[in-house]
Design a protein. Structure first.
Length: 202
């Protein structure tokens, strides 16, 4: 018989607030902060990978925080979960197209929309993935890997270049993105499904 002092701790509202705070700080660091701006300007790889992955992570943390604070707002039915996850992947892919990315760099409001889109993508992935069946998660992972893989290979080959950066940087960024997606997507497909607060019935 287990003693009360050794009972497994339960999550509470305070945990949700910590995660929301961390999400806000991460979004600021990767976005409008002087550090984020300074890192993104000289390097396309940093701009596309480090900064945007941090923004996606901020959205995921925000979703987890809200799920702990107000669970009923984040319990999606299975179909809605699939739509949310698929939309997140398409949203990330859209901003990697040269026309969209160049427009964001040329216009501050559009750049802000791009950053918010990445946060929204992380939010949608964190809420949507736990609602998918194992087969659905596999399809999502393969679809996302295919989409981002095609974009990465197009960048490596020189078929996709960005007006604000030298062509050689597109090759480096494409290679880095290909490697990063092999690590990041499986984590997003598996990890949220293991979080009990996100997998309760809708």
């Amino acid at each position: 018989m287990k003693q009360a002092g050794h009972a497994r701790p339960q999550w509470n509202g305070a945990t949700g607030w910590w995660e929301l705070t961390a999400a806000a700080l991460l979004a600021y660091l990767a976005g409008p902060s002087p550090i984020g701006v300074r890192l993104a300007q000289p390097s396309l790889a940093v701009h596309m990978l480090i900064e945007h992955l941090l923004l996606v992570a901020a959205g995921a943390l925000a979703a987890l925080g809200i799920a702990r604070l107000i669970p009923t707002l984040t319990r999606l039915p299975q179909r809605a979960g699939g739509a949310a996850a698929a939309t997140a992947v398409l949203l990330v892919g859209f901003w990697h197209l040269p026309a969209a990315f160049d427009a964001a760099l040329a216009n501050v409001p559009v750049h802000a929309v791009m950053h918010l889109s990445y946060v929204a993508a992380g939010f949608a992935l964190m809420l949507g993935v736990p609602r998918l069946s194992p087969f659905g998660r596999m399809v999502l992972c393969l679809g996302a890997q295919s989409l981002m893989g095609v974009l990465a290979l197009a960048m490596i080959s020189g078929a996709l270049v960005y007006a604000w950066y030298p062509p050689a940087q597109s090759t480096v960024a494409g290679a880095a993105m290909f490697v990063a997606m092999q690590m990041a997507l499986p984590i997003f497909v598996v990890w949220p499904h293991r979080l009990r607060v996100l997998t309760r019935p809708a």
